[in-house]
Design a protein around this ligand. Structure first.
Ligand code: UFG
Length: 326
């Protein structure tokens, strides 16, 4: 299949590009490199451009005969979205709308969207199935939900085939050591804990120790980035024009912030200096996925469901490339 991957030079995007290419697809990456890394994708497959440059998009879709889109390009930090919602509505919603209009103009029938657990907000019951009503509590989640709704309308009116994949917490690195997580600035728990263990940061802050959880810290469902890539490939290969799919992607097991820190300490053999800090606005206390639906319908199961395995891949990558991908 001839596939255009927006945001393909980013974290989940680059792992997905690698897997799709290995599976024999003709993959092109469209990325403005605002957060992605040119070194994370094959140079001759990278188109450096912004989604708002719709003439470039039109040109690529025609010249490469694109048959499917995998749309990762987005701003993706919950905390930042609370402080700068305008950036999120512009980058995630306005630019996705421009992309959808290109897709419609060129009669592309398959669209896989990088959605998020953030659309669910802070539900009381766990695990979260696809039946739960979306109720985002931060602008990031609002913008991801807005695109899901636009996709649904394009599906109903124009017959677009789409899949919305709601990731829980993407984590880990390529098992062959070739790719990993490299945000600047880094805001995610596992890489920050690893950077602290490596001595690159003095301490790690725990955002909130008074949540109604077993040890007072937030609980998340960490899912290996290669398992997410696998889900994209499976979904894309089975997605038929005119269908609408929604899948939650996680392992079904939650770990608290303190458990994550202990795991990084165990894997690295280092002690991590932590500081207790106030809650981070926009953070739900607990998020755990039910991924039964995609397991039953497509046979997807995480190959790396254990936190220590996920952390080991991240640790290996960070230690090897301690200066990052750049
Ligand atoms: N945390 C800390 N200290 C830190 C960083 C994070 O205590 O320095 C805590 C957070 O408060 C949260 C947990 O660790 O409870 C995980 O935080 P991350 O920033 O690693 O991830 P998030 O859960 O905030 O965000 C992830 C994805 C988002 C997605 C969201 C769903 O990165 O794209 O899950 O809520 F939207």
């Amino acid at each position: 299949m001839r596939i255009l991957v927006t945001g393909g030079a980013g974290y989940v995007g680059s792992h997905t590009v690698k897997l799709l290419s290995q599976r024999g697809h003709d993959v092109w990456v469209f990325d403005n490199l605002s957060t992605g890394h040119s070194t994370a994708v094959p140079r001759d497959r990278l188109i450096v451009a912004d989604l708002c440059e719709t003439h470039r998009l039109d040109q690529v879709l025609i010249e490469r005969g694109i048959e499917a889109i995998v749309h990762f390009a987005a701003s993706a930090s919950v905390g930042e979205s609370m402080r700068e919602p305008a950036k999120y509505w512009r980058n995630n919603v306005v630019h996705s709308f421009d992309l959808l209009e290109c897709v419609r103009r060129h009669h592309i029938q398959r669209f896989v969207f990088s959605s998020s657990a953030a659309i669910f907000g802070a539900p009381r019951d766990m695990p979260i199935t696809e039946e739960f009503a979306p109720q985002p509590i931060n602008p990031y989640g609002q913008t991801k939900l807005a695109i899901e709704r636009a996709l649904h309308d394009y599906h109903t009116a124009y017959g677009l085939g789409y899949a919305a994949l709601r990731y829980f917490n993407a984590a880990g690195a390529a098992t062959d050591g070739s790719l990993g997580e490299d945000h600047n600035p880094e805001t995610h728990l596992i890489p920050l804990a690893i950077l602290t263990a490596l001595g690159k940061r003095a301490s790690l802050e725990i955002y909130g120790t008074d949540y109604p959880t077993v040890d007072g810290t937030c609980i998340r469902d960490y899912v290996h980035v290669e398992d997410l890539a696998e889900a994209h490939a499976l979904v894309l290969e089975q997605l038929k024009p005119g269908t609408a799919l929604h899948y939650n992607l996680g392992t079904g097991r939650g770990y608290s912030v303190r458990e994550v820190i202990q795991t990084v300490e165990a894997v690295s053999g280092k002690t991590i200096h932590v500081k207790e800090a106030p809650r981070r606005p926009g953070d739900p206390p607990v998020l755990i996925a039910s991924s039964e639906k995609i397991r039953v319908e497509l046979g997807w199961q995480p190959r790396y469901p254990k936190l220590h395995e996920i952390v080991e891949t991240a640790w290996r990558w960070h230690r090897k490339k301690s200066s990052g991908l750049r």
